[in-house]
Design a protein around this ligand. Structure first.
Ligand SMILES: [Zn+2]
Length: 235
């Protein structure tokens, strides 16, 4: 990333911060954030959504300048410790005292926080998100409708809601993938999450509790769709 690009990212204004997020952020100590993310890791590992060292979690720790608390690269999410978190800035670089490597996908967390004004971003690698991201790749996403559990998504009040979960082609070039995700979030302003093909789920929330509820809701919905054995619409 060029210095100019980094400078631009540092100055991008997060336009959708709302008062409840600011209050939420200000009222939570760093140790509380770490403990909440450790607990989420244990729970998600127990559901097989973050096996081995897969997945990564982040929470906003400062709005201005933007700082995210994020899991270190290559650590097991079921046995996270307080020493396995880092602070990164808007360019995805380490901003705190610890110099260990952030997760490779830190770029996506920053992009989602800036585009959505999220307070937390969660990334999981479940079996069903992986299966469906392949099965529905040709359609570009998965349409989910007429299921009561849709009401677990922020702002959804009826089972008739139609949720579109876009599928993005996986990419090991995180700067390039960050650009793709940025366009996606602008093109679909009302989505609650997206899938990386053959890889896993990204979702977010105003608070960590909201983001965790979105993981639980979407993983439930993915399993329902997967177990219905619906044929691939493009096969
Ligand atoms: Zn991943």
């Amino acid at each position: 990333m060029t210095a100019a690009r980094r400078a631009h990212l540092e100055t991008v204004t997060v336009i959708t911060w709302t008062w409840d997020i600011v209050v939420f952020l200000a009222g939570m100590a760093e140790t509380a954030r770490v403990q909440a993310l450790i607990a989420a890791g244990r729970r998600f590992y127990g559901r097989s959504w973050v096996l081995a060292t897969s997945g990564n979690f982040s929470m906003v720790s400062s709005v201005s300048p933007l700082r995210l608390l994020i899991t270190q690269s290559g650590v097991h999410k079921g046995t996270l410790t307080a020493g396995q978190f880092l602070t990164i800035d808007a360019s995805g670089r380490v901003a705190g005292r610890r110099k260990a490597r952030p997760s490779a996908e830190a770029q996506l967390h920053v992009e989602i926080v800036q585009a959505r004004g999220a307070g937390a971003v969660l990334h999981t690698h479940s079996v069903w998100s992986t299966v469906l991201s392949e099965r529905h790749a040709a359609a570009g996403g998965i349409a989910i409708q007429s299921l009561e559990m849709l009401k677990g998504l922020d702002g959804v009040t009826t089972h008739t809601h139609r949720e579109w979960v876009p599928i993005v082609e996986n990419d090991q070039d995180m700067i390039r993938l960050r650009g793709v995700v940025g366009h996606l979030l602008r093109d679909y302003p009302s989505i609650h999450g997206f899938l990386l093909r053959g890889h896993g789920l990204y979702t977010w929330g105003r608070t960590l509790a909201d983001a965790e509820r979105h993981v639980e809701t979407l993983e439930f919905l993915f399993q329902v769709i997967g177990e219905r054995h619906e044929p691939d619409p493009h096969s």
